[in-house]
Ligand binder design. Structure first.
Ligand code: IMP
Ligand code: MG
Length: 184
């Protein structure tokens, strides 16, 4: 599986070290407010499990399942697979694997906002360096990366590679093989 990577960006120890730092920051920021974490599945599964175990505060956890990519590498429409959890009056922290176009985070944020939370922040493990509407950003970011397709540590390509322990760039020919460019 690791042979399908063009290169590794972050190995397990590098990820864990960065999680220590973000968890410390979040723990400090929420020391006197009860936190409700909303994790966006499936991509944030590993990130959520490793991050939350480093936050020694009382907190509530809910997961939200959205689909945006429909098995491709370009964003499509955001589909919510269930009703949003009741977040009225709570301090919400949205967790997602990666901030790409920002469509997913914006859609989740808008949906949760309707329920009247006291505050909403977001935390992503990865953020791609690219243009996106300025209103769409994350309050906590693990790593900034170039605008390349990455897999591993929860991130998938067509539902594969989520169980890779590291994060790496997928070899371009694997993406091209599955989705040959349309003739024009
Ligand atoms: P956005 O809505 O364009 O910000 O995309 C967010 C979602 O797209 C993420 O939660 C991922 O599931 C998926 N995604 C975006 N970029 C990548 C990538 O490089 N690798 C794997 N999944 C990605
Ligand atoms: Mg995905």
């Amino acid at each position: 599986m690791q042979g399908d990577l063009e290169r590794v960006l972050f190995d397990e120890p590098a990820i864990q070290r960065r999680l220590d730092e973000i968890a410390a920051q979040i723990s400090n920021d929420y020391r006197d407010r009860e936190l409700t974490v909303i994790a966006v599945m499936n991509g944030s599964l590993m990130f959520m499990a490793d991050l939350l175990r480093r936050i020694p505060l009382p907190l509530k956890l809910d997961c939200l399942s959205v689909a945006s990519y429909h098995g491709r590498t370009e964003p499509g429409e955001i589909i919510f697979r269930q009703v949003a959890p009741d977040v009225a009056g709570r301090h919400i922290l949205i967790l997602d694997d990666i901030l790409d176009s920002g469509q997913t985070l914006a859609a989740v944020r808008d949906k949760l906002q309707l329920a009247g939370p006291r505050s909403i922040r977001s935390c992503v493990l990865l953020k791609k360096k690219k243009e996106r509407p300025s209103a769409v950003d994350a309050d906590y970011v693990g790593f900034e990366i170039e605008d390349e397709f990455v897999v591993g540590y929860g991130l998938d390509f067509m539902e594969r590679y989520r169980n890779l322990p590291c994060i790496g760039v997928l070899r371009k020919e694997l993406i091209a093989q599955t989705h040959p460019p349309s003739a024009s």
